[in-house]
Design a binder for this molecule. Structure first.
Ligand code: ZN
Length: 233
């Protein structure tokens, strides 16, 4: 099976469209989204519709949750809070219900999918280092756990001696962010797992970042949210 893992779309339609095209070129059998479909960007409804149309399985992210649950915006930065208020106004009741129904975790075939951490998928802690990842090792039984949230692509081996992805080791993998990468590379990021070839690869995809940035400004969203797309920070 070829599984495409995408995360942190953040209402960036240009990035999402380009990533889905790239996934089609690699003929994936299934697409999983690790959450944060909305927030920050200018096209929340269109991104939700595109994923719905493609039958993508979606996990709950903190921005998805904050769209329908205003009390969850307490810990948001000023720009994030502004954007999620704007987002909630763009979405209809059915779309908000759709976000409300998202699961905090999905598990199948020895793989766990969450937005933040395997230990507490409904809390919004971050996993930045191998050390932090290894401290989560006993919190799940599956061989692999896919996380998003940090917008930083990473492969964390749960055995300190192992460095590279293998078909037998245990790993926590972050595919990076489609719609707002923060690792200094502005290109959209996603992961492709091939269970037959026993490979995992991070892919970077060019997209029309200028259009996505212009739409953010035109929508009256904070300018910084447009600028950060251009430098990938
Ligand atoms: Zn995010």
């Amino acid at each position: 099976m070829r599984l495409a893992i995408i995360s942190d779309i953040h209402s960036n339609l240009e990035a999402l469209s380009a990533v889905l095209e790239d996934i089609d070129r690699h003929s994936a059998d299934r697409i999983i989204c690790l959450g944060d479909v909305v927030g920050y960007g200018a096209d929340p409804s269109a991104c939700m519709a595109l994923l719905r149309g493609r039958g993508v399985d979606i996990i709950m992210g903190n921005h998805d949750e904050a769209a329908f649950s205003p009390e969850k915006r307490r810990y948001f930065s000023e720009n994030a809070a502004f954007a999620i208020r704007w987002t909630a106004k763009q979405l209809g009741e059915r779309e908000l219900d759709e976000l409300r129904s998202l699961p905090y975790r999905i598990s199948f075939d020895g793989m766990l999918f969450v937005h933040s951490t395997p230990r507490s998928p409904e809390r919004w802690d971050y996993l930045f280092s191998g050390l932090e990842a290894r401290s989560q090792s006993a919190a799940f039984r599956e061989r692999l756990c896919f996380v998003g949230h940090s917008h930083q692509p990473a492969i964390f081996s749960l055995e300190p001696a192992v460095q590279e992805y293998s078909a037998t080791g245990r790993f926590i993998i972050n595919p990076g962010s489609v719609g707002q990468p923060r690792d200094g590379d502005w290109r959209a990021s996603y992961g492709l797992l091939d269970t037959v070839a026993a490979t995992y690869d991070n892919h970077r995809v060019d997209y029309d970042v200028a259009v996505a940035a212009r739409k953010i400004v035109a929508a009256g969203l904070p300018r910084r949210l447009a600028e950060r797309l251009l430098d990938g920070r």
